[in-house]
Write a protein that binds this ligand. Structure first.
Ligand SMILES: Nc1nc2c(c(=O)[nH]1)N[C@H]1C(S)=C(S)[C@@H](COP(=O)(O)O)O[C@H]1N2
Ligand SMILES: [Mo]
Length: 437
């Protein structure tokens, strides 16, 4: 299995013809130029030069709308500014995942943090003028600048796991609609910010509070004013956990524009959709939030195992809360040849709101398992890293499987119950190796 086969090799000409603005966005990353109607129609010569790797001495001769031949090979993953090696699954909205072997670092570099957008990110963001409002069922509604957050609250740095609820969707049969995430809609960066709980406490959460509602500055794909792409929330008890951050830095720098700059929630171990990006407001509610993507089949699963393809009544769905125990093999890369008879297997494991107790590795399709060495999480909400040396008895084709077991004794399953939207796939990660001996 080749990672590349999942790539969306869309020709750049076709792409520019259909979606000039999103093509710009994909190629040049952040849309920080106020007046962009397709890069190739005008502005941004400096950016183009940066992407091409040099200034363009004859730029005055370039016909309007010409696409640099350097790009004629098609869109490749390297072209999201500040991102490297991501596999683009969708261009509008932008969705891109990270191949497992690029997630080998203990702390995920920003350049390798996946992107999951439901709408169109805000442009021309100014962190100086950004505000966050806390309102609803609180004693004292607050409107805070990022400076206020830094000044009035403890600033903490935490390594926190973000995983999309749909990570692994590609492996459901029958197929579930939505982005066909394979393994890489997960990351564990270092986030700097203030605790969500501290800010809620400062506003004074009133008796009767049930749920938060999160709002961001991104726009609905339709462009319709006031229509939100996504607004999700948390049960108050979870929101009050010390693990959740309102973050303004990612790996020691301002957030990447696609990861929510200048301000976002990071709610580790719960569906990534709880971690509102481009965060502008948190409302405290006396009932479960009902914003876009909180209801119907969005981030909800049937309350019982169902047959593949079975229709389920709306009232039989429940909101996904913590993400299940899971592991990912980040080295070796799948489909590599091993020269010699042993290899070091390395990866990460996590279980939402819990610790992982054990990771086991198998090279014989699950007949026997060996315990891997497993690190403690660097803080609550971080993934744990495992490694073990495996020895192959002879040359040939092997699959390395990993299985994590959490501190409640719950293990990753070999197979998972089907659900209509393809959420929560935590089956074993399997890596193919050809041992040459
Ligand atoms: N405002 C806003 N916040 C959002 C989203 C979005 O589309 N808009 N997507 C959510 C989903 S579904 C996920 S999985 C995470 C992904 O975070 P990332 O793009 O930084 O990896 O952001 C969440 N926060
Ligand atoms: Mo997500």
């Amino acid at each position: 299995m080749d990672d590349r086969k999942h790539k969306n090799h869309k020709g750049i000409y076709e792409y520019y013809a259909k979606h000039p603005e999103s093509a710009d966005e994909k190629i040049f990353g952040r849309v920080s130029y106020p007046d962009r109607r397709g890069f190739l129609k005008g502005a941004g010569l400096a950016t183009m030069a940066a992407v091409l790797g040099g200034a363009i001495p004859f730029h005055r001769n370039m016909p309007a709308g010409i696409i640099p031949a350097a790009f004629a090979e098609g869109l490749d993953d390297i072209m999201i500014e500040g991102k490297e090696g991501l596999t683009v699954l969708n261009d509008r909205p932008m969705n891109a995942e990270t191949p497992p072997h690029l997630l080998n670092d203990d702390i995920t570099p920003t350049s390798r943090h996946f992107i999951r957008n439901n709408g169109i990110p805000p442009t021309a963001v100014n962190p100086e003028h950004w505000t966050l409002t806390i309102n609803g069922l609180v004693d004292k509604p607050l409107t805070l600048s990022i400076g206020d957050l830094k000044q009035n609250f403890d600033v903490v740095e935490q390594q926190l796991l973000v995983e999309c609820g749909g990570n692994g969707r590609a492996f459901f049969d029958p197929k579930a609609k939505g982005n066909q995430w394979t393994y890489g809609a997960v990351a564990c960066s270092n986030w700097t910010g203030v605790r969500l709980a501290d800010v809620l406490k400062a506003a004074g959460v009133k008796d009767g509070a049930v749920y938060t509602a999160h709002y961001g500055a991104d726009k609905h794909l339709s462009g319709e004013e006031g229509k939100l792409p996504i607004s999700r929330g948390l049960p108050i008890a979870k929101a009050m956990g010390s693990e959740n951050l309102i973050a303004f830095e990612q790996n020691g720098k301002p957030l990447h524009p696609m990861n929510g700059a200048p301000l976002r929630l990071v709610v580790p171990g719960w569906p990534g959709s709880c971690s509102q990006k481009w965060l502008t407001r948190i409302q405290v509610r006396d009932q479960i939030h009902d914003g876009p993507k909180m209801t119907g089949t969005a981030y909800r699963v049937p309350n019982r195992p169902i047959a593949p393809g079975e229709k389920v009544a709306n009232e039989d769905f429940e909101i996904i809360e913590r993400m299940p125990v899971k592991s990912l093999i980040t080295s070796p890369q799948t489909n590599t040849q091993v020269h010699g008879s042993e290899v070091l297997v390395r990866g990460h494991a996590w279980s939402g709101d819990r610790k992982v107790d054990k990771v086991q590795v198998s090279i014989d399709f699950g007949a026997t398992w060996m315990d891997a060495k497993l690190s403690a999480p660097s803080n609550e909400g971080a993934w744990q890293t495992f490694n073990t040396k495996v020895k192959f008895p002879q040359a040939g084709y092997y699959e390395v499987w990993a299985k994590a077991i959490d501190d409640h004794g719950i293990s990753q399953p070999f197979a998972i119950a089907w659900n209509p939207k393809g959420y929560l796939n935590n089956t074993f990660h399997r890596v193919a190796l050809v041992v040459k001996g």
